[in-house]
Design a protein around this ligand. Structure first.
Ligand code: FES
Length: 265
């Protein structure tokens, strides 16, 4: 983990209320693994803010990328950060996806800005398992909410879309695309998105033994185990216990989580 500054090199619209930011941060870029995150202080100005967690969406040379939607004061300030601004960073943090097990097809399931961790994962899978298929199931309200779709295509992934308004691909939810995928042999799933998507995914997996890692996004104040703000329920025998998602996650095998007790967002 490095405590450093990143220099913003771009901060461009990615879709409605969403941005793609790149920051020059050589130490974090060199160490980052897919599924890890960084804590970002969203302004270099005088306003006191806590750091916010963001998935490391991609690594390009000495730069890390973040994909984010504007949801509050911190991300509003972040969206105003122009190239050249220095932002305090902490990272890389958290347990990465385990993507090194070969598979016929690696399937990334993304709801909305849940696509954030997957460009880096798609890149890493290409290096670790070059012969495997890489399929991205991308869901959003409209075709404009299929965040980072072009990047996945540039990375050589197959992309299947689901939009709630039917403006591109299947009309409905991204989890509607799962039965066809789960009917195939030797698939490994990775998912990130809202809690209802996890619940639907868990339901489809009742009849499947396909491994499925999810990346959860609880509130995080510190990012390194000090505040207990990020706890999530994991199964423990017949009961459950809480673990810190910043340390034991943010990636979990979905069958280890009590998705029914995750906060809805
Ligand atoms: Fe503080 Fe996890 S974010 S303990």
């Amino acid at each position: 983990m490095f405590e450093t500054h990143g220099i913003v090199t771009r901060n461009d619209p990615l879709g409605p209320g969403a941005f793609w930011m790149e920051l020059r941060a050589p130490e974090i870029a060199a160490a980052a693994l897919p599924g890890q995150f960084t804590m970002v202080l969203c302004s270099d100005g005088p306003e006191p803010l806590t750091r916010r967690p963001f998935s490391i969406a991609d690594v390009v040379e000495d730069r890390i990328a973040l994909a984010y939607v504007v949801v509050g004061r911190g991300t509003t300030l972040l969206s105003r950060a122009a190239p050249g601004v220095r932002l305090p960073l902490l990272g890389p943090l958290g347990r990465p996806f385990d993507h090194r097990v070969p598979a016929g097809t690696h399937v990334m399931v993304a709801g909305g800005i849940g696509s954030a961790p997957f460009p880096l994962l798609a890149r890493a899978i290409r290096e670790a398992d070059p012969g495997a298929g890489r399929l991205v199931l991308l869901g959003g309200r409209t075709r404009d909410h299929l965040f980072a779709r072009e990047r996945f295509l540039e990375l050589g992934c197959e992309v299947r879309e689901a939009t709630e308004d039917g403006s591109l691909g299947h009309r409905g939810f991204v989890t509607d695309l799962l039965p066809d995928v789960l009917a195939e042999a030797d698939v490994r799933l990775y998912a990130c998105g809202p809690t209802p998507m996890f619940r639907a995914l868990r339901g489809w997996l009742e009849a499947s033994d396909a491994p499925c890692q999810v990346s959860v996004e609880p509130v995080m104040a510190c990012g390194f185990g000090a505040c207990y703000g990020c706890v999530v329920p994991v199964r423990d025998g017949e009961g459950f216990r809480y673990v810190k998602a910043c340390e034991e996650g943010p990636t979990f095998e979905i069958r280890d989580l009590r998705v029914e007790d995750l906060p809805s967002h």
